[in-house]
Write a protein that binds this ligand. Structure first.
Ligand SMILES: N[C@@H](CCC(=O)N[C@@H](CS)C(=O)NCC(=O)O)C(=O)O
Length: 247
């Protein structure tokens, strides 16, 4: 059953202009879009929010199975039936449909910079997902058989954050002086790694840490509760997988 929690994440004004977004309030890909909608101030998208799958529930529900082969969210369906099943494509689509306020950059160079930073955090998520899948008790794998995979994932994650640290400048936001989709993508990832897996931003990334602390205080960055059972198992990924960050 879809849920419609109140507060920051509640569904916007219901109109059919841009169709319907199916999403969770959980996970780095769904949260990219939730943070974006809040920063954009966009209420033209009808939101249908599902409880995060717990592993014990039947997922996907019929409403999602009817439109998706994988059952993975977010999915945006527009008013003429266009279906978009990738979070970054949803952000780009909404930027095309709603150019104001601009959250990509006003010049080709500014847009390229935004996309560069988005790509770095997207790659960081891929590396983190590998680490978490094989290094967390949540994954249920025999960790000793996956030491190399865990190392590739955790090293890759740290290297991408270090790359981001070198790329960002002394600006209020990651790609410049205004909020862009790069902030939404980075915040969704770093909040997830910190608050679900208990993995902090490494000390070698002080600029990124300062940006995170500022952005986390914005209303858009509010995160809803994680499923308690999964959270209990997930916390402490570094200890669970014997990974330490470089000093
Ligand atoms: N590449 C996709 C990935 C989406 C994705 O992995 N969604 C996860 C939540 S983070 C999900 O729906 N998991 C539930 C499932 O697949 O059963 C995107 O960026 O939108």
């Amino acid at each position: 059953m879809p849920v419609f929690p109140s507060g920051v994440g509640s569904p916007g004004r219901i109109r059919t202009k841009t169709g319907r977004l199916y999403n969770f309030f959980f996970g780095p890909n769904p949260q990219r879009v939730n943070i974006y909608l809040a920063e954009k101030g966009l209420s033209d998208v009808q939101r249908v929010i599902f409880n995060a799958p717990t592993g014990n529930t039947d997922w996907p529900p019929a409403e999602i199975a009817a439109i998706s082969q994988t059952g993975s969210l977010p999915i945006l369906l527009d008013e003429v039936g266009t279906k978009i099943t990738q979070s970054l494509a949803i952000l780009e689509f909404l930027e095309d449909r709603y150019p104001v306020p601009d959250m990509r950059g006003s010049t080709a160079a500014a847009r390229a910079r935004t996309r560069e930073i988005v790509s770095v955090f997207d790659e960081a998520l891929d590396a983190f997902a590998l680490w978490a899948r094989y290094g967390s008790d949540l994954g249920g794998h025999d960790k000793s058989a996956y030491r190399e995979v865990i190392k590739i994932g955790s090293d890759g994650y740290i290297q991408k954050l270090q790359l981001a640290e070198r790329m960002i400048k002394q600006t209020d936001f990651l790609a410049g002086d205004t909020v862009t989709i790069a902030d939404c993508v980075a915040m969704a990832l770093l909040h997830y790694t910190a608050s679900f897996y208990d993995v902090p931003i490494p000390a070698c990334c002080p600029q990124l840490t300062r940006w995170y602390d500022r952005f986390a205080a914005r209303p858009s960055a509010v995160c809803h509760e994680y499923p308690a059972t999964q959270l209990r198992i997930a916390r402490g990924l570094m200890e669970q997988s014997s990974v330490a960050f470089p000093g």
